[in-house]
Design a protein around this ligand. Structure first.
Ligand code: G3I
Length: 376
């Protein structure tokens, strides 16, 4: 049976069946100590990110393995423009753990190794996400089994990458799409089997597996003006507060920043959100920046002007309180973007969602962005 939902923006993430500590904590602690020593010796201890290019705020991009593997121009562009290069899909549950006991780390390894070999950093996305749940997890019937699967998954993946990734999107998109009508949390297999406590459980497992990793709650639609977005921001703050009250580490909130031409960035709300996080000792990250544009004229200049205005508004709102921890674009070049597959322009004109065009030429808004990031 589904969990009963809290109305609108309130949710007790420890509600219901009680929060139990992971039974494998002791085993991990020993592994963690050994791994931690190894990471320190290798000089890879997880610290706050610094910029390879000397920018005060690191800039990066997420890349899908196939494009990364097959396109040398793309790899060169990543090195030219990014401080951080991260796997877009390859560390999602279904990709990395498609069957019980079967792990597929090679594609993620290739991207992470490329980043580190070239003096860049990387980060992990994402342990818990409704959009990447393998069939075998969907088939789990009992609470006990679901907890064991979630904890084993996070421990194994987090432990494997300890010292190599700055941090992780531990939970991604757990907030309901529209909290006013759906309750605070999204209806997922994890919510159904474990209740809201799957959130603290995930953070706790991640923290035990890699105490140095920056652990992030990541979500979309946290940037805009309107009641739905206010509620979503409130829920994010509520989750963070409850985790911290329970002494469960959470270090950042990622605003995905899939921006839409036609929506208004709420700069004041972003300031207030950032301030509230900062007062709890939690950072703000921009984690999936790109621009969905159905509205401006189709020519390149109009599209880029609309995107540039939105990105400037976002930066103004985010930086109004202080600099974010990092900014990551969801892809780097218009050559490869999920938006063309999922939300293309209705007029059929090619979209221009990312900082580089299809020929790897930077848009004017990349210069604006870099300039703002370098000012810190
Ligand atoms: O790798 C295969 C390739 O071998 C095959 O030929 C091709 C045929 O369609 O598919 C390729 O896999 C696709 C993969 O992207 C790599 O491009 C999958 O079908 C496709 O489902 C997958 O979509 C990703 C989507 O998440 C679902 O995992 C998008 O790239 C990725 O941008 C998107 O990212 C999400 C974030 O995780 C969370 N926030 C929203 C964001 C956009 O939806």
């Amino acid at each position: 049976m589904r969990q009963s939902r809290a109305p609108s923006s309130s949710v007790d993430i420890f509600a219901g069946r009680g929060f139990r500590r992971s039974t494998s904590a002791a085993r991990l602690t020993r592994r963690s100590l050994l791994g931690g020593a190894a990471a320190l010796a290798a000089g890879l201890g997880g610290t706050r990110p610094t910029s390879a290019a000397g920018d005060a705020v690191p800039f990066g991009a997420a890349v899908a393995y196939g494009n990364f593997r097959d396109d040398a121009d793309y790899r060169n562009a990543l090195l030219e423009h990014c401080d951080l290069i991260m796997p877009m899909n390859e560390l999602k549950f279904a990709q990395v753990h498609p069957e019980p006991g079967r792990w597929n780390f090679e594609p993620a390894d290739a991207i992470v190794d490329f980043a580190l070999r070239n003096g860049r950093t990387s980060r992990g996305h994402a342990h818990v996400w409704w959009g990447a749940t393998p069939d075998w997890v969907e088939a789990i019937g009992s609470e006990k089994e679901a907890e064991a699967a979630l904890v084993e998954h996070i421990e194994t993946v987090q432990d494997r990458y300890r010292g190599r990734l700055l941090g992780w999107d531990v939970v991604n998109e757990v907030i309901a799409n529209d909290p006013e009508t759906e309750g605070a949390l999204r209806d997922t297999v994890w919510l159904d089997r474990l209740g809201p406590r799957h959130i603290p459980l995930a953070f706790q497992a991640a923290s035990q597996a890699d105490p140095d990793a920056r652990l992030v709650l990541n979500d979309y639609d946290l940037e805009f003006a309107g009641r739905r977005y206010d509620l979503r921001r409130e829920i994010a703050l509520g989750i963070v507060r409850q985790l911290l009250d329970a002494n469960i580490p959470v270090h950042g909130v990622g605003i995905q920043a899939h921006l839409y031409v036609g929506r208004t960035i709420d700069r004041d709300a972003l300031l207030a959100f950032h301030k509230a996080l900062d007062e709890m000792g939690v950072s703000l990250l921009v984690t999936e920046l790109d621009v969905i544009n159905w509205e401006s004229a189709p020519d390149a200049q109009s599209q880029d002007r609309a995107a540039g205005a939105l990105v400037s508004d976002l930066l103004e709102g985010v930086f109004a309180w202080k600099a974010p921890e990092l900014v990551v674009a969801w892809g780097l070049t218009d050559r490869y973007s999920w938006i063309e597959d999922v939300q293309p322009r209705p007029d059929g004109a090619p979209g221009r969602p990312l900082p580089l065009d299809r020929d790897m030429k930077p848009k004017p808004w990349l210069r604006t962005l870099k300039h703002r990031l370098s000012a810190g």
